[in-house]
Structure formats: structure tokens, C-alpha cells
Write a protein that binds this ligand. Structure first.
Ligand code: SF4
Ligand code: SF4
Length: 181
């Protein structure tokens, strides 16, 4: 397999500095609205701030990969004596909870690092975080080439898991017949 140069983009989270202002959630949802910046709804954000206000604990978590099944092993976190929900800091969009899903369609959300044309200088949540919680870094590494599923494929997988493949095929057939007619 061919080796290629790959740009690795990282956002480091210094949770100790987070004050729970949620600006990151607002700008992320606005950036991904259609048309861009036409609305904001933190439920649509690809970053969610896990909150425990009484103990002044705020932990921003980024939306990661979609997963079709719940995992078998889970993690428990205890921070400053407070025990967090087993799924609290997980990045996955998964069937066992509502986080990192489009509220209307249920389709999975994933952080795309604000992919844009022309590219943003830095991801929007990093730009909007005034407390330096989020720090952006880029570096180049050499890796083996791999084929990744397209966003469309991931979306179709999620719909097929929710409604069943037959219903999706029926709906697409109806739509295409409607367009021809
Ligand atoms: S914008 Fe920064 S300080 Fe505000 S909630 Fe997000 S990470 Fe925390
Ligand atoms: S990097 Fe962009 S897409 Fe990812 S959470 Fe931040 S604002 Fe949202």
C-alpha cells in the first residue's frame, strides 16, 4: 500500500479553563446551519459542553464517529469527587443516547473541523473560545493510504439502521419516480 503525507489536525482541550459559556456550541451550530449563520441551536452543535455547574466543572466534548451499535464496555469518570454518567464523555453518535444527532432527522453529527472553502484560519469554536480552552494544531505525518466511507454512505447507514434498508429504497424510488413524472 502506498505511503502518503497526511495533515493531522488536533484541538487540545484545557478543560480547567472552561467556564461553560457555550459560545463554542453556538458558533458551531451557526456555522453548520443552512444557509450558513442563518440560525443557531446548540442541540445541532458538534461540540457539547458537559456541565456540572455546582462544582464549576465544564468539559467540552467533540462529536466523533457514528456507531451503529451500543458498545459493551463503558467508562466511568470521577472528577473532583463527582461521578459522571458512563456515556458522559464519549464522542460517538450512537443509538443509546440523543447527543450528537440532528434533532429533526436523527442523523449523526460529526466534527468536521469547520471544513470550508476557502479554509478557515482556525476552527470556529477555537476562534470563539475567549478563555483559551481550545488550542488548534496542525502537523504532517506519513501514513498508509486508506479508503474512507463518504459522508453520504455514513448518513445512509444511519438511516438504514433507523428505518430499515427496504423503507429507504422505497422512499428513494418514490422520489425518483416523482421527479420523472
Ligand atoms: S467557548 Fe470555551 S469557555 Fe466557553 S464553553 Fe466553549 S470551551 Fe468552554
Ligand atoms: S471544529 Fe468546527 S465543526 Fe468541530 S466542533 Fe468546533 S466549530 Fe464545530
Amino acid at each position: 500500500m502506498a505511503r502518503i503525507k497526511k495533515k493531522i489536525k488536533t484541538i487540545t482541550v484545557d478543560a480547567d479553563k472552561c467556564n461553560g459559556c457555550r459560545s463554542c456550541e453556538i458558533i458551531c451550530s451557526a456555522f453548520h446551519a443552512t444557509p450558513k449563520y442563518s440560525s443557531n441551536n446548540p442541540a445541532r452543535s458538534r461540540i457539547q459542553v458537559i456541565r456540572h455547574p455546582l462544582r464549576d466543572i465544564w468539559v467540552p466534548v467533540f462529536a466523533g464517529e457514528y456507531t451503529a451499535a451500543e458498545c459493551m464496555g463503558r467508562d466511568k469518570y470521577i472528577i473532583h469527587g463527582k461521578e459522571y454518567d458512563e456515556c458522559g464523555f464519549c464522542r460517538a453518535s450512537c443509538p443509546s443516547r440523543d447527543i450528537f444527532k440532528e434533532p429533526d432527522s436523527g442523523l449523526p453529527l460529526k466534527c468536521d473541523l469547520c471544513d470550508d472553502d476557502p479554509p478557515q484560519e482556525k476552527p470556529l469554536c477555537v476562534q470563539w473560545c475567549l478563555n483559551d480552552v481550545l488550542k488548534y494544531e496542525e502537523r504532517e505525518v506519513e501514513v498508509e493510504e486508506e479508503t474512507k466511507p463518504e459522508d453520504l454512505e455514513i448518513g445512509l447507514d444511519a438511516l438504514a439502521n433507523k428505518y430499515g434498508l427496504d423503507k429507504i429504497v422505497d422512499a428513494v424510488t418514490r422520489k425518483s419516480l416523482g421527479k420523472k413524472g
